[in-house]
Design a protein around this ligand. Structure first.
Ligand code: UT7
Length: 329
C-alpha cells in the first residue's frame, strides 16, 4: 500500500480592512517610521475593529473562501484545529465557535496554543490524523486578534503586532506530495521573556491585574530576538540536513513574520536567496498564528505542484520548529 501523506489542497486568508500605519503609531507612542522599518521591516498592520468581534470572525471569511476555492461544503470537514493565542474566549474553544458559524456540523475540533509557532504545530498535528487514514479533510486555521492583547502605550510591542487569519485544508495524498517531515521544539524556561501574565488560572482577572496592565502581551524584545534568530535558523538548517536538501532544492522559505532581520538570518543560514523567501511583514506585521498561512495565500498563484517548501517559526513558550512539505497543486 502506498504511504498516505497529508497535503495542503487549499489555502485562503483574511485580514481586516483597517490599516494601522507607522505614521499613525507615531502619534500614539514615541516612535518613528524610520526606526520601525529599519528594526523590523514593518510599514503597516491590520486591526480588527468592532465591538464583540474576535479571532473567529476573521476565520469565518478565511474558511468560507477556502471551501469555495476547493468546491466543498462545510459538512465535509472532519476536524478543525484552530491555532490561536487570542481565542474568542477561554472556553468554548474557537474551533467550536467557528464550526458553528460556518456550519461544520460533522467536525470535532480544538484550539492549539503554541504562540507564534502555533500554525506549524497545528499543521503537524493535523497531518497525523490524515496519515493515520482516520480523517479525510482536516482544517488548520491560524489567526490572532493581537490588538486585543496589545498595550498601545508600549512602543516595544505595539509596533510589531497586527491582526489576521489564514487557513489550509489537509487531505490525503498518495503521490508523495504533502508534508514530508517536521521538527518541533520547545523550551518553557523562555516563558519569562514573552507572556501574558494575567487572565489565566494563576492570576485571574481582577482590578489589580488590570491596573498592573497584566492583560497585555509582555515581551523582552532583545532576549526573544537572540533566541529567535539562532533557533529559527538552526531548525530550518536541521530539517534540510536531515532530508539531504540543498538550497537549490528549496523553492520557497515560508518564515514566521516576526522581524525581517530574523527572516534574513534564517534565509542566510539556509543559503537561500531573497527571491525564494516569502515576506509580507511590511503589510501585516506579526499576526502570530496568521503569518504562515497569510504568506501561503499571498504566494498561492506562484506555487507549483511539487515545489519544496520549508516553513519555519519561533515564538512564545519558547516554541519553534520547521516543516518540510511538497506543494500538491
Ligand atoms: O513572534 C514572536 C517572537 N517575537 C520576536 O521574534 C520578536 C523579537 N524581537 C524583536 O524583533 C526586536 O527585539 C524588537 C523589534 C522588539 C526591538 O528591536 P531591538 O533592535 O531589539 O530594539 P531594543 O529593544 O534593543 O531597543 C533599542 C533602542 C532602545 O533605546 P536605547 O536604550 O538604545 O536608547 C529602545 O528604547 O530602541 C528603543 N526603542 C524604540 N525606539 C523607537 C524600542 N522600541 C522603540 C520604538 N521606536 N518603537
Amino acid at each position: 500500500m502506498q504511504q498516505i501523506r497529508a497535503a495542503i489542497t487549499a489555502v485562503n486568508a483574511y485580514v481586516p480592512e483597517y490599516v494601522l500605519s507607522n505614521a499613525e503609531l507615531e502619534k500614539m507612542v514615541d516612535t518613528n517610521d524610520e526606526w520601525i522599518v529599519s528594526r523590523t521591516g514593518i510599514k503597516e498592520r491590520r486591526i480588527l475593529k468592532g465591538k464583540g468581534l474576535g479571532t473567529s470572525d476573521m476565520a469565518v471569511p478565511a474558511v468560507e473562501g477556502l471551501l469555495k476555492k476547493r468546491g466543498i461544503a462545510a459538512e465535509e470537514i472532519d476536524l478543525i484545529i484552530f491555532c490561536t493565542t487570542t481565542p474568542d474566549m477561554p472556553f468554548p474553544a474557537s474551533a467550536n465557535i467557528l464550526a458553528d458559524k460556518i456550519g461544520a456540523i460533522n467536525a470535532w475540533g480544538f484550539d492549539l496554543n503554541a504562540a507564534c509557532s502555533g500554525f506549524i504545530y497545528g499543521l503537524t498535528t493535523g497531518s497525523q490524523f490524515i496519515e493515520s487514514g482516520k480523517h479525510q479533510k482536516v482544517l488548520v486555521v491560524g489567526g490572532d486578534k493581537m490588538s486585543s492583547i496589545i498595550n498601545y502605550e508600549d512602543r516595544a510591542t505595539c509596533i510589531i503586532f497586527g491582526d489576521g487569519c489564514g487557513a489550509v485544508l489537509l487531505e490525503p495524498n498518495t503521490e508523495g506530495l504533502g508534508i514530508q517531515d517536521a521538527i518541533l521544539k520547545s523550551d518553557g524556561s523562555g516563558g519569562q521573556y514573552l507572556n501574558m501574565k494575567a487572565g489565566g488560572s494563576a492570576n485571574p482577572a481582577s482590578h489589580e491585574t488590570v491596573d498592573a496592565k497584566e492583560h497585555y502581551a509582555y515581551q523582552e524584545g532583545q532576549a526573544v530576538f537572540k533566541f529567535a534568530v539562532t533557533n529559527m535558523a538552526d531548525v530550518a538548517a536541521e530539517i534540510m540536513e536531515r532530508n539531504q536538501l540543498t538550497a537549490d532544492d528549496v523553492a520557497w522559505l515560508v518564515p514566521h513574520q516576526a522581524n525581517k532581520r530574523i527572516i534574513d538570518a534564517t534565509a542566510n543560514r539556509m543559503g537561500v536567496g531573497p527571491e525564494k523567501v516569502m515576506v509580507n511583514i511590511e503589510q501585516y506585521g506579526n499576526t502570530t498564528n496568521g503569518t504562515i498561512p497569510l504568506c501561503l495565500n499571498d504566494w498561492e498563484s506562484k506555487l507549483k505542484k511539487g515545489d519544496t517548501l520549508i516553513l519555519a517559526a519561533f515564538g512564545g513558550g519558547f516554541t519553534w520548529g520547521s516543516v518540510y512539505l511538497k506543494w500538491a497543486y
